[in-house]
Design a protein around this ligand. Structure first.
Ligand SMILES: Cc1cc2nc3c(=O)[nH]c(=O)nc-3n(C[C@H](O)[C@H](O)[C@H](O)COP(=O)(O)OP(=O)(O)OC[C@H]3O[C@@H](n4cnc5c(N)ncnc54)[C@H](O)[C@@H]3O)c2cc1C
Length: 448
């Protein structure tokens, strides 16, 4: 019997991982990627240079045996280090003992996934193939290759893993009913560099995610294995304080010297980086349905989120796990599996999209605020002392596989509990387990 064939459009993070999952199930997979093969060409992996990988993403990698390989190159970040305007530092752990997020290279991770996919004889990779069309009834996809020739491929099923500006999704929109929204933040982002010091060391504490919160805007920095940091400035596109107003070398130097003074001496190529690197935009994409005829969407193609919870890739990797489980539950009937997958994922994708926007406000505004630091301390103590009773929203999103929609609802309830404890001055009572259980139960009763 001939094998069921699947076309994957897009060989970024989600597409290359899904190729491995499909091949493990015995499907014949053809993956088409618009860009050159990043294993051979020195190309930018696009978007951010490094990313925060956490529990959901790690689970997806573990299932294909890649977790340990990726963790070897990853740098653990145990908490946030905040830099205030005068260069004073404060620190908030992300979770309890043993809980941390991992800074990984986007390019390195994508290359490992492509390599793993390519090891399977049932996977065929096609680079420099840009998808331009899809027929949802026949499973036929059309590409333009490097020579500008049209290439047509027919498969039993198609998965569109072609990112936030997905061509597959665009064709779905044009060919019938599809709810769709696209919301840009007023802020864009620009990547900058803190290189290793002259003696080859990290210029900042490496096991933390660094944040320079400044209210309307912020800069963050994540460590890289070569002992550099990649900084990202999130700043409005237009207005009195915006990318628009930083036109000259002295504008850039003046802005950074005023607002990020402690970072400037560590950024010798600041001005060059600023003018050479593009300014990226940040978008939330929501759509439904994710399935049309023989095709389904995966990852950013159906749910691009802003990066402030560090979950876009983790969510896209979780899509792969859930789709894989849906295929098992449907005994290999892909039509049924696609339906079950979209039903189960939609509310979770919406939840993480909302939480990511909320976290932007927290990161740029609140992390430096004394009340917020106190809130975080109380929350952290509750998590440490009563892990079976209380989990923070951040913990649920980042360190568990609890569905995002549950983390959103339950996390909001727990936030109210912490606020209530602080408002009533009950901080000294939180060591008492019975007291904490009572407060939580009362909150549950109020919420139900
Ligand atoms: C600044 C920034 C920081 C981020 N930080 C984090 C983080 O810390 N943690 C985290 O979990 N997530 C993070 N994310 C989100 C993460 O980058 C995405 O969620 C993730 O890349 C989604 O993977 P994907 O495979 O769906 O899409 P992509 O990674 O975008 O891959 C899509 C692929 O499809 C290809 N493609 C596009 N169009 C076509 C076409 N027509 N034909 C063929 N191929 C095509 C593209 O070339 C690309 O290779 C961040 C995003 C940004 C912008």
């Amino acid at each position: 019997m001939s094998k069921t064939t699947i076309t994957l459009v897009g060989g970024g993070l989600a597409g290359s991982l899904m190729a491995v999952y499909f091949a493990k199930k015995g499907y014949q997979v053809n993956l088409f990627e618009r860009r050159p093969d990043m294993r051979r060409a020195d190309i930018s992996a696009g978007k951010s240079i490094n990313l925060a990988l956490s529990t959901r993403g790690l689970r997806a990698l573990e299932k294909v045996g890649l977790k340990e390989t990726i963790l070897t190159e990853a740098i653990p970040m145990h908490g946030r280090t905040m830099h205030d305007e005068v260069g004073q530092l404060s620190y908030q752990p992300y979770g309890t003992e043993g809980q941390y997020i991992n800074s990984v290279s986007r390019g390195g991770l994508n290359i490992q996934l492509l390599k793993l996919a390519d090891e399977n004889p049932d996977v065929h990779l096609f680079f420099n193939h840009k998808c331009i069309d899809i027929d949802f009834k026949t499973g036929e996809t059309t590409y333009l290759n490097e020579a500008g020739e049209k290439v047509v491929q027919k498969a039993d099923y198609v998965v569109g893993s072609d990112g936030a500006f997905s061509r597959v999704r665009l064709r779905m929109m044009k060919s019938g009913r599809l709810d769709y929204s696209q919301d840009y933040l007023d802020h864009g982002y620009k990547e900058l560099t803190i290189p290793a010091t002259a003696d080859g060391q990290f210029a900042l504490e490496p096991n933390a995610l660094h944040i320079w919160p400044r209210g309307e805007y912020m800069m963050i920095a994540l460590p890289n294995p070569d002992k550099s940091f990649t900084c990202t400035l999130f700043y409005p596109f237009t207005g009195p304080n915006s990318f628009d107003t930083l036109k000259t070398k002295s504008d850039v130097e003046g802005f950074f010297n005023t607002h990020f003074a402690d970072a400037v001496p560590l950024m010798p190529t600041l001005v060059e980086d600023y003018f050479e690197n593009p300014t990226g935009s940040l978008v939330t994409v929501r759509c439904y349905p994710w399935v049309k005829g023989k095709a389904a969407l995966l990852g950013d193609a159906c749910h691009a989120v802003v990066p402030f919870y560090g979950q876009g890739m983790n969510c896209a990797f979780e899509d792969c796990v859930i789709l894989d489980e849906c295929i098992d539950a449907a005994n290999g009937n892909l039509d049924q599996a696609f339906q079950a997958y979209q039903k189960s994922r939609k509310e979770n994708a919406d939840a993480i999209a909302d939480l990511a926007i909320q976290n932007f406000i927290e990161m740029r505004d609140l992390v430096g605020d004394d009340d917020f630091l106190h809130y975080k301390q109380v929350e952290h103590t509750l998590c440490e002392l009563h892990p079976d009773l209380f989990q923070s929203q951040y913990e649920m999103v980042t360190f568990t596989n609890v569905p995002y929609s549950v983390a959103k609802t339950k996390g909001a309830q727990n936030t109210k509990v912490v606020k209530k404890i602080i408002a009533n001055g009950w901080e000294d009572k939180i060591t008492d387990r019975t007291f904490v259980r009572d407060v939580l139960e009362k909150q549950d009763a109020l919420s139900s």
